[in-house]
Ligand binder design. Structure first.
Ligand code: NAP
Length: 483
């Protein structure tokens, strides 16, 4: 299979926070890979902009080292030198006047112009305003904003208003890198490109849906940020919510930004309030030993959750009676992300009770081994009567599509190129983000008002025991978190 690379229009991409961790770890290596693939046309430019004073050469060196460190497999000294010759740097203060005139002069040409806000969200408003004041907020301009988009509904609204004061919604690209994953888009292809699944995609045939995003890492160096956020704000309100929307939404009329985002918004608005009994919060804690969440964040009294499991209901015709179970956490047994659509059993077994209970399960794996499999029930081979067994119809992309499937662009590569192409389909609209906070806020407020403490769980486990009970009490069980 030959993958097609269509070059994007010539662009200027300014990365505010170009010297920061995200820029070095993700954004620039992603651009480097797109450059190597031939997608970046000759005179496109990438301009780092940050508070510290660097020459363009120093910035180029910093980024070359970043590619070597964070993407050693793709590192090729000659290619990197060619790529970094497209990089420039301006010393800009988001909160002052330093550098803005110089930046405006650099990006004055008639070409696609994107500004990536890879800085703390507290700077978003100041950046938007200064781009406007210095004549860079015209109709050619796009802005890209990173997570977290707000801490609650009020702060998300304030951020939206700050951006809307200078930019139209069609110019704002709110990144959720989960939406850029190949499998997530494949989920839409499978649902809406096949006749097979959609007729069964409802409460009549689906017993329940599970979404698990498990990490093995702890809070690491992000303790201070994470402790103010927790799993609900850091993962559920954004990433798991986006996955939930794509799995549950009605078919959009077209694969176009607002058609897709309208349908996602309807799902969020149909979410029921979640009772406290349907949520389990956890905090990793190894009795007296490291690693321990409280040590990692340096606050022995912290009540922030590093794990959450919850049962969610969608009040609409399609999903009434079919719950979704969401689970995410740090320091778990394995790093795995998957969505499992668990279908109901057949209404009657012609093979009798001894054939056991069987269900079809469609599993969409985001990591590792991106792909899907569909569990189907067949006869166990050999003599001895009709014994049934569940086997997977495996659609691991790397196996099914050949080596090209391993070279698919990662989420940041795809999303940045979508910004340049002006395609907002895989970006969150402002009203979606606000609706997700409007759902999450009362849950978080409830914990705070009651002073709820998360349940301890062992690092390397599958989370607190109570999270198992959440399923058991409904006669269901979580899928295994596999190493
Ligand atoms: P970081 O390493 O602390 O970098 C912050 C950047 O902002 C630096 O380049 C810094 O420049 C620049 N900066 C700070 N104050 C400035 C000012 N007044 N004017 C201009 N530039 C200023 O942060 P990060 O980890 O890259 O994160 C950036 C954003 O992405 C944050 O919103 C974060 O929540 C989000 N994010 C990060 C990750 C990640 O993996 N790192 C993942 C998802 C989302 P100097 O270094 O020159 O001072």
């Amino acid at each position: 299979m030959v993958s097609r690379v269509i070059p994007v229009d010539t662009f200027d991409l300014v990365i505010f926070g170009g010297t920061g961790d995200l820029a070095r770890r993700k954004i620039l290596p992603a651009l480097y890979r797109r450059f190597c693939s031939g997608q970046m046309e000759g005179d496109s430019r990438i301009i780092g902009a940050a508070r510290s004073d660097h020459t363009a050469e120093e910035f180029q060196q910093l980024i070359a080292e970043g590619i070597k460190e964070f993407d050693p497999k793709a590192y090729d000294a000659e290619k990197v030198a060619e790529f970094t010759s497209h990089l420039d740097y301006v010393h800009v203060d988001a909160l002052g006047e330093t550098g803005w005139k110089a930046l405006a002069e650099k990006v004055s040409g008639d070409r696609v112009r994107a500004f990536y806000f890879s800085v703390a969200p507290s700077l978003f408003g100041a950046l938007a305003e200064r781009l406007h004041t210095h004549g860079m907020a015209d109709s050619n301009t796009r802005i890209v904003v990173e997570k977290p988009f707000g801490h609650d509904l009020a702060s998300a609204r304030a951020l939206n208003q700050d951006l809307a004061a200078h930019f139209d919604e069609s110019q704002v690209y709110r990144i959720d890198h989960y939406l850029g994953k190949e499998t997530v888009q494949n989920l839409m292809a499978v649902r809406f490109g096949n006749m097979l699944f959609e007729p069964l995609w409802n409460a009549q045939y689906v017993d329940h849906i599970q979404i698990t995003v498990a990490e093995t890492v702890g809070v690491g160096g992000r303790g201070e940020y994470y402790d103010k956020s927790g799993a609900m704000r850091d993962m559920v309100q954004n990433h798991l919510m986006q996955l939930l929307c794509l799995i549950a939404m009605e078919p959009p009329a077209r694969f176009e930004p607002d058609a897709v985002r309208d349908e996602k918004l309807k799902v969020i608005r149909a979410l029921e309030a979640v009772p406290a009994d349907d949520i389990v919060r956890g905090q990793y804690s190894a009795a007296g030993k490291q690693p321990n969440y409280l040590d990692d964040v340096g606050d022995p009294t912290s009540r922030t959750e590093s794990f959450i499991a919850m049962k969610v209901k969608i009040s609409n015709w399609r999903w009434a009676g079919t719950p979704l179970y969401l689970r995410t956490g740090k320091k778990l047994k394995a790093r795995t992300s998957e969505i499992a659509v668990v279908f109901k059993q057949t209404p009657h077994s012609i093979f009798g009770p001894e054939s056991g209970s069987h269900r079809n399960i469609l599993t969409i794996r985001l990591q590792p081994n991106e792909g899907m499999d569909l569990g189907v029930t067949i006869k166990e081979p050999g003599p001895g009567g009709m014994r049934l067994v569940d086997v997977p119809l495996d659609m691991t992309f790397a196996e099914a599509l050949g080596p090209d499937a391993e070279d698919v662009p990662d989420a940041y590569e795809r999303l940045i190129m979508d910004v340049i192409r002006g395609n907002q389909t895989l970006f969150m609209r402002g009203d979606e983000v606000e609706a997700a906070w409007a759902w999450a806020d009362p849950i978080i407020d409830g914990w705070e008002q009651r002073g709820d403490r998360p349940m301890p769980y062992d690092p390397g486990s599958t989370g607190p025991e109570e999270s198992m009970m959440l399923m058991h009490k409904d006669g269901r069980r979580w899928r295994e978190i596999k190493t």
